[in-house]
Design a protein around this ligand. Structure first.
Ligand SMILES: NC(=O)C1=CN([C@@H]2O[C@H](COP(=O)(O)OP(=O)(O)OC[C@H]3O[C@@H](n4cnc5c(N)ncnc54)[C@H](O)[C@@H]3O)[C@@H](O)[C@H]2O)C=CC1
Ligand SMILES: N[C@@H](CC=O)C(=O)O
Ligand code: NA
Length: 431
């Protein structure tokens, strides 16, 4: 350590990279006072050298190839802000570690796929691999879990982990705007991934959940065992019915310890209107950890965007500058346990179902019979208006039931002549 500057190389100068440059330029004095030495950007790499990023880079070394930056001997820490699970981002991080440099990254895709291996590589050399920005943007959720809740056994972590989806669902509900329009706006604001299908298909939230699970439960990062559903099929009709029933629809990530193993899933859920999760709107994320001694702890904040994400990146740089070190995923990488996945079909809980049903006598009796045959008990039933001979929405909610029974009943219901579209099922979580 000492008072020598911490020399930072930044690979990737897009939304987050430019945000980090701006933050370091703005807060330089404050940070130097806090860590006892300056943090200096010595090298950068991006695709377009000529783009104006609002910061003078004339005295900074420029690399067309980020992998070359990763072996620059005037760099102590490589900040990887390119993105992608493989390719250039992975090679940059591996090269940096191989050259004895600490790494800070916001790249959840990379960590979800290679987190355990990279942590092993970093820890073997006494290096830091830090990623606060990778999960829930500016919210200090990794530090909160890993350091703040270090004394606890975590039972469950759940929350809103994708700002783009939450922004879309919020705008659709409050303004009635079209899905595609709102997505374009989220992209313009710098919230979405380079390929926004990662956001709307739930993959980005699943990457983050896989990382959270590892930190919370001391298991190897296991993205392959996350059940993933996105928000493409959520219609204005479902959002409206959710409101009538006293719920909001949110895309949630849930990691839960069960008697069958650890359940990891990302899917749209209905949550009660009065809950913290329901009240978390727009680009905000919320993460709730339930643990044995601390009980429930909730963190809420901006999950995407230049400023909040840069704040998390620089917080990791502060740790490196002052020599504050912890195992990458809370437990030394070599001691992370393999994850035993709990089958999602074992979930017990309530369900919302929407059917598009031809309005004719006897149909509802057939639906009710299919539910009865699987021991699924109905809690409420809604059919508004009549349109004899035409398809009308029919909505029902269930009491607690096993997912496997629900799915069997829906397979029968979906096969009825009078049911016109694939039944839509949304899990209800009483958070
Ligand atoms: N945008 C956000 O709100 C958040 C983004 N992240 C993550 O941060 C990372 C960066 O995201 P954004 O800044 O939004 O992306 P972006 O697309 O705005 O920026 C990517 C940067 O990487 C550079 N790049 C691409 N290929 C390159 C190559 N071969 N060599 C050198 N540079 C290359 C581009 O020129 C660009 O400067 C991703 O991993 C993303 O998932 C994490 C949290 C929030
Ligand atoms: N695309 C992501 C960015 C932050 O991780 C999101 O929308 O949450
Ligand atoms: Na974070």
């Amino acid at each position: 350590m000492g008072t020598a500057p911490l020399r930072v190389g930044i690979a990737g100068l897009g939304t987050v990279g430019a945000g980090v440059l701006k933050l370091l330029a703005t807060q330089g004095d404050l940070l130097a006072r806090r860590v006892g030495r300056p943090m200096v950007v010595t090298s950068v790499s991006a695709r377009d050298r000529n783009r104006d990023r609002g910061v003078d880079l004339s005295s900074v070394r420029w690399y067309d190839n980020a992998v070359d930056l990763a072996s620059d001997d005037q760099v102590d820490v490589v900040v990887e802000l390119i993105g992608g699970s493989d390719g250039i981002a992975a090679r940059t991080v591996e090269t940096a570690l191989a050259h004895g440099k600490h790494v800070v990254t916001a790249n959840k895709a990379l960590l979800a796929h290679h987190g355990t291996a990279l942590a092993t590589q970093a820890e073997a050399q006494g290096l830091t691999l830090a990623f606060e920005a990778a999960v829930a943007g500016g919210i200090p959720v990794i530090k909160g879990l890993r350091e703040g809740l270090a004394a606890n056994q975590v039972r469950e972590v759940h929350g809103i982990l994708n700002g783009t989806c939450n922004y879309i669902l919020t705008e659709m509900r409050t303004t009635g705007r079209d899905f595609g329009d709102v997505l374009a706006e989220a992209q313009a604001k710098g919230y979405a991934e380079a390929d926004p299908s990662f956001d709307i298909d739930g993959v980005d939230a699943a990457h983050k959940l896989a990382i959270l699970t590892s930190v919370a439960f001391g298991t190897r990062v296991d993205f392959a065992n996350v059940h993933v559903e996105g928000i493409r099929h959520i219609s204005a009709l479902d959002i409206d019915y959710a409101g009538q029933l006293g719920y909001r629809i949110k895309l949630l990530g849930i990691a839960r310890r069960t008697e069958n193993g650890i359940e990891q899933r990302v899917n749209p859920c209905m949550v009660p209107v009065g809950s913290l999760i329901a009240a978390t709107d727009g680009v905000f994320n919320a993460v709730v950890a339930d643990s044995d001694f601390a009980d429930k702890v909730a963190l809420v904040g901006r999950g995407a965007g230049a400023g909040p994400t840069a704040s998390a990146v620089v917080a990791d740089l502060v740790d490196i500058a002052i020599g504050r070190r912890t195992p990458t995923f809370a437990v030394p990488a070599g001691q992370l346990a393999p994850l035993t996945p709990a089958p999602l079909s074992a979930r017990r809980g309530r369900y919302y179902v929407r059917l598009m049903v031809v309005d004719r006598p006897g149909v509802i009796a057939d639906v009710a019979a299919a539910l009865r045959d699987q021991n699924v008990s109905m809690e409420s039933f809604l059919q508004r208006g009549r349109a004899p001979g035409e398809a009308v929405p029919v909505v029902l909610t269930t009491h607690d039931t096993e997912e496997v029974a629900m799915l069997r009943a829906l397979a029968v219901i979906g096969g009825l002549d009078a049911v016109q579209e694939t039944p839509r099922m949304i899990r209800i979580e009483d958070y």
